[in-house]
Design a protein around this ligand. Structure first.
Ligand code: XMP
Ligand code: MG
Length: 189
């Protein structure tokens, strides 16, 4: 397919309803947040913990934008619930490869919806004696205010719509889209 005005869509174009955040908007915001993180962590080494799979693209771009020495770890969790909402009951699918005792841990999340997954994750990681533990989320939905989760860095507050792209999936598809978009209702039926 020919790239549309938004850039490459990997052939998903017909499924896209509207683009919420363009590639350029995402890039600019990551640069802005990374600059703040670099100030806050000056002189420290940061251990980025990416939550699989949604945060993979974010991790990749954020680590390059962040002008600090960083290490990367990944964790995969699954929250029991329906395809589009979580229950707060979380299971570790892949744990960190190493100990985080004494490390400055910055958790990178793609999106905070109810906040249930993250609040569980913070409790779990907090029990491993890191030197510090903060969260950087690319996206946050309005429902997130219902659960008290301390999130230090936020990219964008977005409306309560299901979004895909830039790591976010619907049924494992669309993660490779370079922008964040909503899908046409016909995709879900
Ligand atoms: P909670 O509700 O625990 O859930 O904060 C966060 C997780 O739910 C998924 N999620 C989404 N995934 N588009 C997605 O592709 C969305 O709009 C969306 N909202 C929530 C996601 O896995 C996130 O980590
Ligand atoms: Mg998902």
């Amino acid at each position: 397919t020919t790239p549309g005005p938004l850039g490459p869509d990997h052939g998903y174009g017909p499924d896209i309803d509207h683009v919420l955040l363009s590639e350029a908007q995402i890039r600019d915001k990551i640069a802005e947040v990374a600059e703040q993180v670099a100030v806050d962590y000056a002189g420290k080494e940061v251990l980025l913990v990416g939550v699989l799979k949604g945060a993979v693209l974010f991790m990749s771009d954020f680590a390059r934008a962040l002008q600090l020495p960083t290490q990367m770890e990944f964790m995969a969790v699954s929250s029991y619930g329906s395809a589009t909402s979580s229950s707060g009951v979380v299971r570790i699918l892949k744990d960190l490869d190493r100990d985080i005792t004494g490390k400055h841990v910055l958790v990178l999340e793609d999106i905070i919806d109810s906040g249930l997954t993250l609040s569980w994750l913070l409790k779990n990681l907090g029990g491993r004696s890191p030197a510090s533990l903060e969260v950087c989320a690319l996206l946050r939905k309005p429902d997130a205010v219902k659960v008290e989760v301390p999130v230090k860095y936020i990219g964008f507050d977005i409306p309560n719509e299901f979004v895909v792209g830039y790591g976010l999936d619907y049924a494992e598809r669309y993660r490779d889209l370079p922008y964040i978009a909503t899908l046409k209702p016909s995709v879900y039926t």
